[in-house]
Design a protein around this ligand. Sequence first.
Ligand code: ADP
Ligand code: ADP
Ligand code: ZN
Length: 216
Amino acid sequence: MIIVLLGPPGAGKGTQAQRIMSSRGIVQLSTGDMLRAAVANQTEVGRKAKEFMDAGKLVTDEIVIGIIADRIEEEDCKNGFLLDGFPRTVAQAEALDDLLENKNLKVDAVIEMKVDDEALVDRITGRYTCAECNAGYHDTNLKPRVAGVCDSCGSTNFKRRADDNRETVVSRLETYHAQTAPLLPYYSGKGVLKTIDGMADIDDVTTQINEVLDAL
Ligand code: ADP
Ligand code: ADP
Ligand code: ZN
């Protein structure tokens, strides 16, 4: 099963991807997480990506397509994968189709998570994650059960992303509407687009996604 989660920054892609990963046993491939790891490790890719990420702009197609092309060859992708944050341009979507076609595979479903821009700013500025296991939280929408302690691993270290500030969010939303929204007609033309209400609460969004996946 090859699934794409599509939606603006803060739509809930990472939150839902973590849930689907644990309930269905398929891996989450987040290009954002991979790029942040490359930046932290100061690799060549990380050095090239950093200034685009800090500005809320897209990293070049060449870089992210290269990352995904390598990643989907790994053993844990054999039974399918869930793409979170890729593709983000039509060129990336076409490259993905080509990569999959070479393996006699295709994208089974693209799940569009629809959320109003106003809600996104609040979601992004309130977002933080566990520094140890990457579990996602929010200042008001999703707090750990015990304040200051990660539900999943018990760590007390949390982190916020450098680009999760109000100024960069505006630029990221513009980027989404200009460069990523054209993927909606692209995938709808292929008959694989499923749109869900991303404004609903977190559990309800999970239910909607499970309904889509169960129907495949
Ligand atoms: P994305 O991966 O699409 O950028 P995230 O999954 O990181 O988005 O979600 C952004 C923030 O919003 C997180 O802090 C998360 O806890 C919170 N969040 C996710 N889904 C919802 C929802 N349905 N309602 C309210 N807050 C949400
Ligand atoms: P969010 O879901 O909150 O927008 P991500 O973690 O998916 O954030 O991405 C963070 C940043 O990483 C993006 O703003 C962009 O600079 C870069 N990035 C991630 N995925 C891609 C991609 N597929 N193409 C180009 N740039 C990407
Ligand atoms: Zn944790």
